[in-house]
Design a protein around this ligand. Structure first.
Ligand code: SF4
Length: 354
């Protein structure tokens, strides 16, 4: 079996075959993913701090806890000064990237967000990742001119019919077109998908992994589907509820198929495997950790899924725990912004980033 997985063809069929591996062979899959990560990305784990700056969204993605139709959510938008304050604290620690995330409606207008990006780049040494959904190409271009280094936009599923059912009024083609615009503009581009969505087959999961490879992404974020009670999918189960090892198998195959991409150990892994999910993810292909830096008073209002870990912790506690966990695995905390190793597309930094 080892020979099989060290001489792989990057096809849907191969991905599907790897995803169906069971013990004890699956340990070889994890070992190959970890070796691939070490050889291509090294032992550094980069820490990227997230600021969830607004939970306002016009969309109604069926799985999302902050969807427009959820009237139980208290809506908020951080002021520019609140965002800058959180980012400035970040820069004094090990977090050299700030990820600015919100719902898809421009709670802050394009120019207001552009001004915040400029301020962060001018006043801190941080790299800036933005994650605010589908936007026009000209908006992406404008934010890049403001200093945006990276953009993160998950396609969630590679199946056009399933995408349409989950995202009323939006198509997979539109999402892929946004990703193409970002790459064309030279923005470091990230995407990814959910594992175990209702209606997702093993073939679709394998296709998701292959699509990531075909898109040649700089970053790839994946995580288990976790039903939120206040959404239309609240009563549904994850396809792999009885086979949760699949969440790690998907991560391992993703790493093997995408050796040069930054892959975070997403918080959702800790939600499914409390206290150890992200550690295991880091040992099975991941190389990024993303502590929450949203001011504590807003965290409980940004629940994309229930029982999200870290909601009651301070930013210091989230960062401290990340560093301890990384070092306990024998890994090192990455210095500098941890840009794409694919090179070509690093935005000029007026700050002190290296
Ligand atoms: S997943 Fe994103 S775009 Fe969809 S409803 Fe949630 S915040 Fe809005």
């Amino acid at each position: 079996m080892e020979e099989t997985i060290t001489h792989i063809e990057y096809t849907v069929e191969t991905a599907q075959q790897l995803l169906t591996m069971e013990e004890p062979d699956v340990q070889m899959l994890y070992k190959l993913a970890d070796t691939t990560r070490r050889e291509h990305m090294g032992d550094d784990v980069y820490i990227r701090g997230i600021i969830e700056f607004s939970n306002i969204c016009a969309n109604n993605c069926l799985y999302c806890g902050i969807r427009a139709g959820n009237g139980k959510v208290t809506r908020y938008t951080l002021s520019a000064d609140e965002i800058l304050e959180a980012a400035s604290v970040m820069a004094t620690g090990h977090q050299m990237t700030v990820v600015l995330q919100s719902g898809e409606t421009p709670a802050l207008g394009d120019e207001a967000l552009g001004a915040i990006i400029r301020r962060i780049k001018k006043e801190t040494p941080l790299a800036v990742t933005v994650s605010v959904g589908n936007r026009p190409r000209d908006t992406y271009r404008y934010w890049k001119e403001c200093g945006m280094d990276r953009y993160f936009l998950r396609f969630e599923t590679s199946d056009p019919g399933l995408f349409l059912r989950l995202h009323p009024g939006s198509t997979l083609q539109e999402r892929l077109s946004c990703l193409a615009d970002l790459q064309d503009l030279g923005v470091q581009t990230g995407s990814g998908f959910m594992i175990g969505l209702p209606g997702e087959t093993l073939h679709i999961l394998a296709q998701n992994i292959l699509l990531c490879r075909e898109l040649d992404l700089d970053m790839i974020g994946i995580g288990p589907f976790i039903p939120h009670p206040d959404t239309p999918l609240g009563e549904k189960k994850n396809t792999y509820d009885d086979n949760r090892e699949m969440f790690f198998k998907a991560l391992a195959v993703l790493r093997i198929f995408n050796p040069d991409a930054h892959i975070p150990a997403t918080t959702a892994y800790d939600a499914v495997f409390p206290g150890k999910g992200r550690d295991l993810a880091l040992q099975r292909g991941a190389n990024i950790f993303m502590p929450n830096n949203t001011p504590a008073c807003y965290r409980k209002d940004y629940l994309l899924y229930p029982d999200k870990p870290g909601v009651d912790d301070s930013a210091d506690q989230c960062l401290g725990s990340a560093v301890v966990r990384i070092r306990a695995l024998g890994r090192t905390v990455g210095k500098g912004p941890g840009h794409s190793i694919k090179g070509a597309c690093v935005a000029p930094s007026p700050g002190k980033a290296v």
